[in-house]
Write a protein that binds this ligand. Sequence first.
Ligand code: SF4
Length: 456
Amino acid sequence: MIDQPYAYRHRELVEPDWQRLPGWADVSSEQWASAQWQRAHCVKNIRQLRSVIGAGLDERFYTDLERDQAERATMSMLVPPQMINTIVPGLSPADPAFTDAFYADPVRRYMIPVFSDRRADWPSHPHASRDSLHEAEMWAVEGLTHRYPTKVLAELLPTCPQYCGHCTRMDLVGNPTPVIDKHKFELARDDRLAAMMDYLRRSPGVRDVVVSGGDVANLPWPRLESFVAGLLEIENIRDIRLATKALMGLPQYWLTDEVRAGMERLATTARARDVSIAIHTHVNSAQSVTPLVAAAAKAMLETGIRDVRNQGVLLRGTNDKTEQLLDLCFALLDDAKIMPYYFYMCDMIPNSEHWRLSLAEAQQLQHDIMGYLPGFATPRFICDVPYVGKRWVHQVARYDRELGISYWTKNYRTGVEADDELALEREYEYYDPIHLLPEAGQEYWRKRVAAPVAVA
Ligand code: SF4
């Protein structure tokens, strides 16, 4: 009998042994389970990484990392111990194969990017930009993006417990890097949140609020609870989604008594008012789904919220293989009860070309995962097209594969097109990474980029 392209096997979730890492050899289970200990021991720089991993990681890696931070990184480094521990989970730094395995690791590839990961020819696409989704242009009030007719995104704060190298909101989120200065909110936090609430009270057409950041796990719980409680009092709001990668990166936080009790209060009120609260998290690799992550997701479900869903990002070197994606989806679904929901194509931010997939690759991956998962848990692959919004990757209107330009249409006006009669007739462009194009396409882009220089 011929083998199936993918063979499902239930895999037990495993918490890797943190004591294999020299810097945490004496850390107890109680310390590891403490959100406070995790936050206090996040790795924020090369010196701290060195003190955790020790000499087992070759010097060439640290040099590579240092150069990336100076010349390419759009996000500063911030990795909680929980995430560091899932990198090369089965190997001790004393193993001679450790450095190569660390380089190749799917989680390392996006949480601790190094200079040699990036494309030397096209580190950025010519159309890459900060705030590539133009969210700030669509702010109804500062931090509240009103892009879709019935949905808003509330960016409550510009920080997270972990910083991902490919962060879409690199314009706003995290600390400045030598390459990228960050946009700063002008209003003080509580004034900003009050302005958002005021806008939502005046917007009966909005029924769905994504409460995000940053990551809501960095907002003190009482402040988050009072914001969500305020949303629950607005008659027309029926769906509330809390965005937190920390459910995976810092599950210890979501397991604290304060958060569990507070979420239970919110879920009880939501149920009484027929409103759905869900947590949306961001897991990109199966090895990130550990028993602690599963415990946090299940603790949240036990509070009575509607669901915990995953929105991953397609990243080359992390999850660009069918097997990696299906392993991840089954790990989420089987024991963590997290619903696979979306995989986004990586957005067109600066220095992201080595991570980005072409539209054709994303379409192929969507094709290849069909039929293995239950239909309700089969994630959709999404291209977030600037000035359009989320489109399934097969919804493309036209696709020029030689130039790597896809053309998209839309069926609603975003916040910046209220008076634009042609908004629904226009085609909007999205771009494949240039290094994947046939030679004629690459030549087209070389000439386009060279042209302004030649004129000058
Ligand atoms: S958790 Fe989300 S918002 Fe924070 S750095 Fe990662 S991708 Fe960006």
